[in-house]
Ligand binder design. Structure first.
Ligand code: IMP
Ligand code: MG
Length: 180
């Protein structure tokens, strides 16, 4: 039988296994390495969701890179709200730096629009987005990720950093919600 997990009141089935995820992350790291070969790169990791992705991406990146972590709060339950008021922990020293925002998932893209608006106020040299998952069918935003791990259908997923009401972030694989 297919691998399943239960989180609180919902059941999820295996969608992307760890091996597939890690293989794709290696490819993304290689592309970033080439694109930022002679640039001062900062990976700006959006907590909490991107913690696993950012760690594996950084480990596969051979070269000088800075890691920075910020926190936004925008999501409750299984429905996106796209409301971000502040980037907690954003360094003021972003000038001359090339920033790649590392996100677990871009859904409607409204959270990312806000993140970019707030980041632009620090005047970095450039800004791009690297998202492990991208729900292209749900996307309404202004800034599409340049680096995408997997373009996925519009369904709710958990694991590998992604949560359902804060549960499931520790799972090695990514699971999709089984509709009731
Ligand atoms: P957006 O503003 O709709 O793009 O949503 C962005 C945020 O919502 C992401 O950074 C995630 O934290 C969360 N999110 C969106 N889709 C999912 C999902 O399928 N599972 C878990 N969290 C999600
Ligand atoms: Mg997130």
């Amino acid at each position: 039988m297919e691998k399943q997990v239960t989180l609180i009141d919902k059941k999820f089935s295996l969608y992307l296994n760890e091996e597939i995820i890690l293989r794709r992350i290696k490819e993304l790291a290689n592309v970033l390495q080439k694109d930022y070969a002679d640039k001062e790169l900062v990976l700006l990791c959006i907590l909490n969701g991107s913690f696993m992705f950012a760690a594996d991406l950084a480990k596969d990146f051979n070269g000088l890179v800075e890691l920075s972590f910020v926190k936004v709060s925008s999501y409750e339950g299984t429905e996106s709200k796209g409301k971000v008021d502040e980037l907690i922990g954003l360094s003021s020293d972003m000038k001359h730096k090339h920033v790649v925002i590392v996100e677990d998932i871009v859904d409607t893209g409204l959270t990312m629009d806000k993140i970019i608006f707030l980041l632009q106020q620090k005047f970095p040299e450039s800004i791009e987005i690297c998202s492990l998952l991208f729900k292209s069918d749900a996307f309404l935003g202004k800034f599409k990720p340049k680096y995408i791990g997997f373009d996925i259908p519009n369904k709710f997923v958990v694991g590998y950093g992604l949560d359902y009401n804060e549960k499931g972030r520790n799972l090695r694989d990514i699971y999709e919600l089984i509709p009731e």
